[in-house]
Design a protein around this ligand. Structure first.
Ligand SMILES: Nc1nc2c(ncn2[C@@H]2O[C@H](COP(=O)(O)OP(=O)(O)OP(=O)(O)O)[C@@H](O)[C@H]2O)c(=O)[nH]1
Length: 347
């Protein structure tokens, strides 16, 4: 049986991974695609966003990051999928793994080489990295995960170019080229991209990854992911000596707000508008599915720093509990202020 091509979709928080994936799934008519969704927060919002008419299998790996704490889940999920496919219980031709925005793609890619069972069934086709034209410079300046995502990319997609001047995009593109000269770059508008530039790129080049990470093919016992007091901030992933070390669980935290009472759209707009003015820089990512008073449809609300927006989602299903849930991911977020303020937005 031929190997199942696998694509790792990565990119910092809110860079447009789900938007691109949704687009690809709806365009890839006739292809059966299994999707592994990994979210950092305790609630899976992407599931609500990723409603698609195609028949892909969507498997959730929530509440932990696939590159570290739940890496074993990824391994077992992949072998389980391959086994069920062999038995004829599942039918899919390829797999896409959407990582959390805080994932280091290195260890995720490693799974395809280090684990015999996975390696026997899957072949890593490429790592696709979304780069948010609005926030990338700051993310690359401050977050090692963002730099690793660019360093490991086989293909870079620059999103949100509609919000940024051309000169700024060119400067960003230049910076990305400097960080990763091998990866072709392409601008994408709300995930619009020809499918031929997403699948079967045969882009994964092991030698290039070994340049970035000489330990890529070594078993990582002894690597402790969270117990390091140094953070090697190299612009070039290529020169990082300690690629497995990262800190996202330490400084980035998430929490969830839930209510089963409808929210007032006006109060919510006022409150969130004010909150992002003050705490926007710390608000790496927030998203939610909301039940607003006067609306029979779900409202999908989300943002990155000061940039927020909402879309109408599907209708609440008959009998479905109309619960609003919002996940906030950030650094030193004022959890109590946010939770109390949101309570105050109940209609
Ligand atoms: N203006 C603009 N907005 C975009 C574009 N692509 C995505 N977005 C918006 O950016 C926000 C984040 O997009 P997502 O696709 O959810 O990002 P993500 O990378 O999946 O986010 P996480 O999984 O939370 O890390 C959403 O509000 C999108 O509508 C784009 O090209 N232009």
């Amino acid at each position: 049986m031929s190997l199942i091509p696998a694509t790792i979709l990565t990119g910092f928080l809110g860079s447009g991974k789900t938007t691109l994936l949704k687009r690809v799934l709806s365009e890839a008519h006739g292809q059966k695609i299994a999707v592994i969704e990994n979210e950092f927060g305790a609630e899976n919002i992407d599931n609500d966003i990723l409603v698609s008419d195609t028949q892909e299998q969507i498997i959730q790996l929530s509440n932990g990051c696939v590159c570290c704490t739940i890496r074993e889940d990824l391994r077992s999920t992949l072998s389980d999928l391959a086994q069920r496919r062999r038995k004829g219980e599942l039918d899919f031709e390829r797999i896409v793994i959407e990582t959390t925005g805080l994932a280091d793609p290195g260890p995720v890619a490693q799974t395809f080489f280090m684990d015999d069972e996975v390696a026997e069934s899957f072949q890593l086709d490429s790592i696709l990295t979304l780069v948010d034209a609005v926030h990338a410079n700051e993310q690359l300046d401050t977050r090692q995960e963002a730099r690793r995502q660019v360093g490991f990319a086989d293909q870079i997609f620059i999103s949100k170019t509609d919000l940024v001047k051309d000169e700024a995009i060119e400067a960003l593109s230049h910076r990305l080229k400097h960080m990763n000269p091998r990866a072709p770059q392409r601008r994408v508008h709300f995930g619009e991209v020809p499918i031929a530039e997403v699948f079967d790129l045969k882009g994964f080049n092991l030698n290039a990854k070994l340049d970035i990470d000489p330990d890529f093919l070594k078993a990582d016992e002894g690597h402790d992911h969270h117990d390091h007091d140094h953070d090697h901030d190299h612009e070039h992933g290529e020169h990082c000596d300690h690629p497995h070390h990262h800190h996202h669980d330490d400084d980035v935290k998430s929490f969830v707000f839930r209510t089963s009472k409808p929210l007032s759209p006006a109060k919510l707009e006022d409150f969130l508008g004010a909150i992002v003015q003050v705490y926007g820089p710390k608000m790496l990512r927030y998203k939610g599915v909301l039940c607003l008073k006067g609306s029979d449809r779900k409202v999908i609300f989300q943002g990155v720093h000061q940039l927020m927006g909402s879309d109408l989602g599907p209708k609440w299903a008959p009998g479905e509990a109309k619960e609003s849930k919002m996940v906030f991911i950030g650094i030193d977020l004022p959890k109590e202020i946010l939770l109390q303020g949101l309570e105050g937005c109940i209609a």
